[in-house]
Design a protein around this ligand. Structure first.
Ligand SMILES: O=P(O)(O)O[C@@H]1[C@@H](OP(=O)(O)O)[C@H](OP(=O)(O)O)[C@H](O)[C@H](OP(=O)(O)O)[C@H]1OP(=O)(O)O
Ligand SMILES: Nc1ncnc2c1ncn2[C@@H]1O[C@H](COP(=O)(O)OP(=O)(O)O)[C@@H](O)[C@H]1O
Ligand SMILES: [Mg+2]
Ligand SMILES: [Mg+2]
Length: 368
């Protein structure tokens, strides 16, 4: 008689909006078929009293939640926390978020990457009196320093001149706006898997336009446009997203791999623009923890494969430990990232020709 399949439990703690978009029947069923049960964590009850879980998947903020995860880990040292709060935290500040990009080394003969020129301003006096923004060239984007998932943290301004700075409320990051042809590349990372898609962005600002524009323009989550809005949107139609060339796949995968190692994160995406002035220079402008994966092609397969790797890595680690003599490193709680699969191999696995392709888009708001 065949041995019953070992089942694994992954608990998830997500805000209602995230739960709705991510925990779809198609994902739950596929995971179930592979022996993985996705179980909702009741955030009204202590986490330590729930489970057992082989892994906890989460995107919640706050000290209380961090403490709960700590307590849970102490009681369940073999349960994997995806991802550790300490690693996620650097993404809650738009300066520390991009620092890691500046420190990254990726070899390429034909392409380069970096971040736009930026400064942080903590108070209004520095902004208007000390003119700390002087090293930057207009237009600039003013972004809230904190990126904590709140609506406020996505509210930005495109600032055309000194006048436009007066309306801003520090603490903010002022970042040079770089013309990039109105298209951004979103690179989704799920463990070793990397997928790049195109999305709508802000249109270029010419020198002439800059001189005629007044003050600033506010916007929020410009790459999120619904299908209905997209069909009605004259600007979007004009963009011809499909005509925009994708960035080199291996270059993007190398950056993704480097970021994953440096940040010790498995679940994130990053926004990349191509600098129009240079052509083969790519700038990372944003990194997000646990983004909207449901918009990624074949997200169910990609995520289920990832979950399978995670829960089985634990099994493999336990086996290695039991085979090793006392004192020779390697423990069941080893948190090394699992090796990254090459994009080509993944593309075959997930039935697509290219790991970089056009993606689906969502909600857009822009107001002046
Ligand atoms: O909800 P979605 O699908 O729009 O996903 C948001 C992401 O959109 P994306 O997948 O990059 O297109 C979004 O990415 P952007 O910051 O818009 O580049 C964020 O990751 C957002 O999370 P948070 O509000 O920063 O905590 C994500 O929101 P949450 O689902 O985590 O609330
Ligand atoms: N330096 C920049 N140059 C040009 N466009 C930018 C720049 N920074 C941001 N953008 C545009 O603004 C949008 C929102 O900025 P982003 O930093 O990604 O914030 P959020 O976390 O809200 O997504 C980007 O998707 C892109 O369209
Ligand atoms: Mg973004
Ligand atoms: Mg973001």
């Amino acid at each position: 008689m065949a041995e019953p399949q070992r089942r694994f439990a992954i608990g998830y703690a997500l805000a209602p909006k995230k739960r709705e978009s991510f925990i779809q029947v198609s994902l739950v069923s596929l995971a179930q078929e592979r022996g993985i049960d996705l179980i909702r964590i009741d955030t009204d009850k202590p986490l330590v009293d729930q489970g057992p879980f082989d892994c906890v998947l989460h995107k919640l903020y706050g000290d209380d939640w961090k403490k709960q995860l700590q307590e849970f880990s102490l009681k369940n040292p073999n349960a994997r926390i995806l991802d550790p709060p300490a690693a996620i935290e650097r993404l809650h500040n738009r300066i520390s978020m991009l620092q890691v990009v500046s420190e990254l080394k990726v070899e390429s003969h034909s392409n380069s990457f970096g971040i736009p020129k930026q400064i942080v301003i903590y108070d209004y006096e520095t902004l208007v009196e000390l003119q700390a923004w002087e090293p930057l060239k207009f237009p600039v984007i003013a972004k809230p320093l904190v990126a904590d998932g709140s609506a406020k943290s996505h509210k930005m301004s495109l600032v055309f001149n000194q006048d436009g700075l007066k309306k801003l409320g520090p603490p903010i990051v002022l970042q040079e706006f770089v013309n990039h042809g109105g298209v951004i590349f979103k690179v989704y990372v799920v463990g070793e898997y990397v997928k790049c898609v195109k999305r709508k962005s802000l249109p270029d600002v010419s020198e002439e336009k800059l001189n005629s524009l007044e003050g600033s323009l506010s916007f929020s989550q410009v790459s999120n446009i619904t299908t209905r809005e997209r069909n009605d949107d004259k600007y979007y139609k004009m963009m011809h997203l499909e005509d925009t060339e994708m960035p080199p796949q291996s270059f993007i995968t190398d950056i993704a791999r480097g970021l994953r190692r440096a940040m010790k994160l498995n679940l994130f995406n990053f926004d990349v623009i191509r600098d129009n002035r240079i052509g083969n220079r790519y700038l990372v402008i944003d990194i997000n923890y646990f983004p909207g994966y449901a918009k990624m092609p074949s997200y169910e397969t990609v995520l289920t494969d990832f979950f399978w790797d995670i829960v089985n890595q634990k099994e493999r680690d336990a086996l290695v430990t039991s085979l090793k003599k006392d004192g020779e490193s390697e423990t069941g709680s080893d948190r090394r990232p699992i090796p990254m699969r090459s994009c080509d191999k993944d593309s075959r696995k997930y039935g697509s020709d290219d790991c970089c392709s056009d993606g689906e888009d969502k909600v857009n708001t822009i107001s002046s």
